[in-house]
Design a protein around this ligand. Structure first.
Ligand SMILES: O=P(O)(O)OC[C@H]1O[C@H](OP(=O)(O)O)[C@H](O)[C@@H]1O
Ligand SMILES: O=c1cc[nH]c(=O)[nH]1
Length: 518
């Protein structure tokens, strides 16, 4: 069937058919058609949406990303025919039924994800069935290798190449902003690619965007790393393991991070940048992705096993995850806190200690320090100001302003201080609730949104003392986040009296109730 093109300015893939034309072709929403540019002979396959109002009969709406490949003009004629459905849908279905997938089947799914042959809902189906039925270690290896093989790779001619990664899940985990410059200050190369937030209120890529651009090609990442010693870039823009971000986007709304996919996501990024040694941070806590030490050890063994199979030396650290790392949650707040430490601030200690421990493991793996001496070297590189200098080099090479200081980082202009309603101690912080509140306030997309915790567990508070300050870039978001905070009550302050249950019933003195008879 020949149809006239109408370009539709929607930044996605897909085509829009009038319902009558869809009926004539015999396709339903979600089916695929092959569209051929009659001038060039070039064809693409795309999935169909139908309408009875937006497109007239005889026309074909083509979305922006599809036309980036097809290159047709408004009004031009194209040939449209029914296409076969991708065979990878059968493999996704196989996983839904709890079966194991082979290397070839996983490669086909990943290839179709990378080439946009699967719709977002089909990728979601793959994520969810892997979440429910799990991936075994061979499937994880296949997924990791397929993610690497379908993208670009870096090849350094010096070594060792060092990398670190956190599995995330704990709010305020801005350690990348200390670990990367510390490693680079030790004279090592660390081409760090990060994802955006998955379950949290700010991934490292979101945070780095406060300081500098994060979208680069693989070749640029390699050149910048060679010059500055390190980078902190968004993996989703590099074509390094390009399937990764397409999968992560489908996880974000559900706040899930399927374990097998997570291992593949992390290890594919490490393998593709040519890492020789890798330190992995596994936060453990009741509201984290990993809830117990035994569970953390099991996950660590899987990371180590995949590292062995791919030729990378991996060590994992199980880290305290019951409370946020440091006090700041949300991109600008976290960057401000990390920069202050690079500039010489001695608090918050949780952030300094965690960062130097993880950097220490990497320095030991890379042979820069003896076993057990890495964290002291890392602390030295931090205190000497060498890590700050490296961070400035990294900001500059990525096109940011290296003169930025922690004082100059701009926070959301609307803020509200949440205060203690009673005297007592902070006995608990709920990580998940803190993340939800920061997201409602606008994080991670509004960089200035988030929250700053004044009182961490164990702090004694008097009525009226600040517990946390909530920041937003838009007033309505601040109000919505406050409402959420009132419902979720993310910080529990208790004294000896844990609660008082009021008697709501109407009260009369006993004399009146009994008609004057006592
Ligand atoms: O907490 P959530 O959002 O689930 O985890 C996502 C974050 O964790 C990792 O951190 P890094 O790259 O090691 O700094 C990811 O790359 C991402 O930035
Ligand atoms: O990079 C990351 C980090 C955590 N989980 C993932 O899936 N990828």
């Amino acid at each position: 069937m020949k149809l006239a093109v109408r370009l539709v300015d929607i930044a996605a893939r897909g085509v829009l058919l009038h319902q009558q034309d869809a009926k004539t072709l015999g396709v339903f929403p979600g089916d695929r058609v092959v569209i051929t540019n009659l001038s060039t002979g070039f064809s693409i396959a795309d999935y169909v949406e139908t309408t009875s109002t937006l497109i007239k009969q005889g026309k074909l709406g083509i979305y922006h990303q599809s036309n980036e490949q097809l290159q047709v003009k408004d009004g031009e004629s194209v040939e449209v025919r029914v296409s076969d459905r991708p065979v990878s849908l059968d493999y996704i279905r196989k996983k839904m039924e709890g079966e194991r997938l082979s290397r070839e089947e996983i490669k086909m799914i990943v290839t179709d994800i990378v080439h946009d042959n699967l719709s977002p809902s089909e990728i979601t189906a793959f994520v969810i069935c892997s979440y429910i039925n799990n991936l075994d270690i061979d499937e994880i290896e296949s997924l990791t290798r397929s993610m690497v093989e379908t993208g670009d790779r870096l090849e350094f001619h010096t070594g060792p190449i060092v990398d670190k990664h956190s599995i995330g899940g704990v709010p305020g985990n801005k350690i990348t902003f200390l670990v990367v410059p510390i490693i680079a200050a030790a004279g090592l190369l660390i081409p760090k690619t990060s994802s955006r937030a998955i379950t949290g209120a700010g991934g490292s890529a979101d945070l780095m965007e406060v300081l500098a651009p994060v979208e680069f090609s693989a070749a640029e990442v390699q050149q910048m790393t060679q010059k500055a010693g390190g980078v902190i870039v968004w993996g989703g823009a590099t074509n390094i393991a390009p399937a990764d971000d397409k999968i992560i986007i489908q996880e974000y709304p559900f706040k899930i991070d399927q374990i097998g996919q997570m291992i593949a996501s992390v290890m594919a990024k490490k393998f593709a940048v040519g890492a020789d040694v890798v330190a992995i941070d596994i936060p453990v806590g009741k509201n984290c992705k990993v809830h117990s030490i035994p569970e953390g050890r099991k996950l660590a063994q899987s990371f180590i096993e995949i590292g062995d199979r791919l030729g990378m030396r991996v060590e994992c650290a199980l880290t305290y995850g019951d409370a946020p790392v440091g006090r700041a949650i949300g991109p600008a707040l976290e960057v401000k806190e990390a920069l202050a430490i690079l500039e010489g601030s001695e608090s918050p200690n949780s952030l300094i200690e965690k960062s130097t421990e993880i950097a220490g493991i990497a320095l030991e793996l890379a042979g820069k320090a003896n076993r057990g001496e890495g964290s002291a070297l890392a602390l030295d590189l931090l205190k000497s100001g060498k890590a700050l200098k490296k961070m400035k080099d990294i900001i500059a090479i990525q096109g940011g302003n290296p003169e930025i200081t922690s004082d100059l980082v701009k926070l959301g202009e609307f803020f509200h201080i949440v205060k203690a309603e009673r005297d007592g101690y902070v006995v608990d912080l709920n990580n998940k609730s803190l993340i939800t509140i920061a997201r409602v306030a606008g994080a991670p997309n509004d960089h200035g949104a988030g929250l700053y915790i004044h009182a961490k567990p164990g702090t004694r508070l008097k009525r009226g003392d600040p517990i946390f300050t909530l920041y937003a870039e838009r007033k309505w978001r601040l109000e919505k986040a406050l409402e959420t905070a009132r419902t979720l009550r993310p910080v529990i302050v208790e004294g000896m009296l844990m609660d008082r249950v009021p008697n709501q019933r109407e009260w009369l003195p006993s004399k009146q109730r009994n008609n004057g008879v006592e």
